[in-house]
Write a protein that binds this ligand. Structure first.
Ligand SMILES: C[S@@+](CC[C@H](N)C(=O)[O-])C[C@H]1O[C@@H](n2cnc3c(N)ncnc32)[C@H](O)[C@@H]1O
Length: 445
């Protein structure tokens, strides 16, 4: 795969507009709520601040993020006092966005409840011979065969070695204790803290930007790390209280069918980053926590979820897919797809995935065309839109100018293209190229 790109450069927005400060890293002052759980390469909150200002949004405005992921746009809008709506089809990302927007929870109740659960879980682990701080399995009386494990249907979905047996056992013990003491007001925040703990403190994953296996953690202080994350959330909730009533909603739904979910002519602005045609599989990047926490339990559930995502990688292409029918016969997109196919044949690349490169490129833009077409019904006249997308050369080095092609598609279904601005550049180590990541600015009349 060619997409071993690294984000490394911060570039100013074209035409003398102010810099967004486009690093993927969260600024310290932005950590509150955003950092409860987030995709590694999500766009930064300052981008949302920048465009909400540029769009002249004022109180009463409704902002939509139809590919909301872990909720950067929505959380930032809530902090700014704007009502927001999110759509996301990956259940763990949808759940994360929902929880990150729930600022009604009483922080003292959260700490009290979580401390009790942690105490019970630690006690159970101690009885099994794990050390008091649960950071060492030395002396455990459990043999490998008596450690708790996932059901086979779920375990088979995990990336091999993404979590070691002892940390998994401890996580399942904590989950069991959470389940026993379940409080519906608090369990969203408690489970989200565990999702973050799994990815950051317990599992063996490495993100770079594709997910892979890094250092193996044979053991981890699962309970202690989780409680620490709970305390951070509680501290944030304390500071967010005054904004708790700003309205926000997140739907577990397909952004290619927005109009069935959101009221007609209700949205003032869209600030979003859809997938790019870059072979990135978001369900893989979130697989560990999705499976361990029960958001995806079987191959069938995984397939059902993938079928409702925009086709941005060859692992979610299906026989019956027909989004490519929305791409006009003589369009540049078809020409690019043909070039990819010609290059594949020339290079003698014959694997199943390589054969799909041309098709997934057409399906990607077809899916985005479907989305842009359907979206029109929910926009207010004069609505402003910002789509963050990146150029790609993941398919045998053929350059896909995603921003420009998306702008052409938008124009063909009636949007006005107000500009394409440089957001940041990424270095693709395989092709040794700088790839542009851009913001496509649209207006609905
Ligand atoms: C680039 S990420 C968005 C990241 C986001 N800005 C954040 O703050 O985390 C794109 C998201 O689009 C979602 N997605 C892809 N196809 C979708 C569809 N058809 N409907 C809804 N969400 C979709 C993916 O699951 C992924 O979370």
């Amino acid at each position: 795969m060619l997409n071993t790109q690294k984000y490394f450069l911060v570039v100013s927005v074209r035409d003398g507009n102010p810099q967004i400060g486009a690093n993927s890293k969260l600024l310290n002052e932005d950590r509150i709520a955003h950092d409860w759980y987030r995709f590694v390469l999500s766009f930064p909150p300052q981008l949302v601040r920048h465009y909400s200002k540029r769009f002249g949004l004022s109180s009463g405005a409704i902002v939509l993020d139809p590919f909301c992921g872990t909720g950067t746009t929505l959380v930032e809008c809530k902090k700014l006092g704007f009502e927001s709506i999110g759509i996301e089809r990956n259940p763990i990302a949808w759940f994360a966005s929902r929880v990150k927007l729930d600022w009604q929870v009483n922080p003292d109740d959260l700490i009290r409840h979580a401390t009790r659960v942690a105490k019970n879980a630690a006690q159970q682990l101690r009885k099994q011979g794990f050390a008091a701080d649960s950071s060492s399995s030395a002396g455990s009386r459990l043999s490998a065969s008596t450690l708790k494990t996932l059901r086979p249907a779920a375990a088979s979905l995990l990336l091999a070695d993404s979590i070691s047996p002892v940390p998994l056992h401890k996580t399942l013990v904590l989950l069991q204790n959470l389940d026993r003491a379940r409080d519906p007001r608090l369990d969203g925040h408690e489970i989200l803290a565990l999702a973050k703990t799994l990815v950051s403190d317990v599992g063996n994953l490495r993100f770079g930007p594709e997910v892979g296996i890094g250092r193996r953690r044979r053991d981890a202080d699962v309970v202690g790390c989780w409680l620490k994350r709970i305390r951070t959330i509680a501290g944030d909730l304390q500071q967010l209280r005054q904004l708790a009533n700003v309205r926000s909603r997140v739907y577990l739904s397909d952004a290619r069918r927005v109009s069935g979910t959101i009221a007609e002519h209700s949205v003032d602005a869209v600030i979003t980053s859809p997938p790019y045609p870059n072979e990135k599989d978001y369900t893989r990047a979130t697989r560990l926590e999705s499976v361990v926490l029960g958001f995806i339990r079987s191959k069938d559930e995984l397939r059902a979820l993938k079928q409702e995502l925009v086709r941005s990688n060859t692992r979610n292409v299906y026989k019956q897919d027909d989004d490519d029918q929305l791409i006009p016969e003589n369009s540049e997109i078809r020409a690019i797809a043909n070039e990819i196919e010609q290059r594949r044949i020339q290079l003698g690349k014959t694997s199943g995935f390589e054969r799909l490169y041309a098709r997934v490129t057409r399906l990607y833009f077809g899916g985005m065309a479907r989305h842009l077409h359907d979206l029109r019904a929910v926009l207010r006249p004069g609505a402003r839109l910002a789509y963050v997308v990146g150029d790609q050369s993941s398919y045998l080095g053929v350059m896909i100018r995603t921003g420009r092609l998306l702008a052409d598609l938008a124009r063909s279904v009636g949007y006005t293209v107000e500009g394409i601005e440089l957001f940041r550049k990424r270095f693709a180590t395989a092709s040794r190229e700088l790839l542009r990541e851009e913001v496509v600015l649209l207006r609905w009349h």
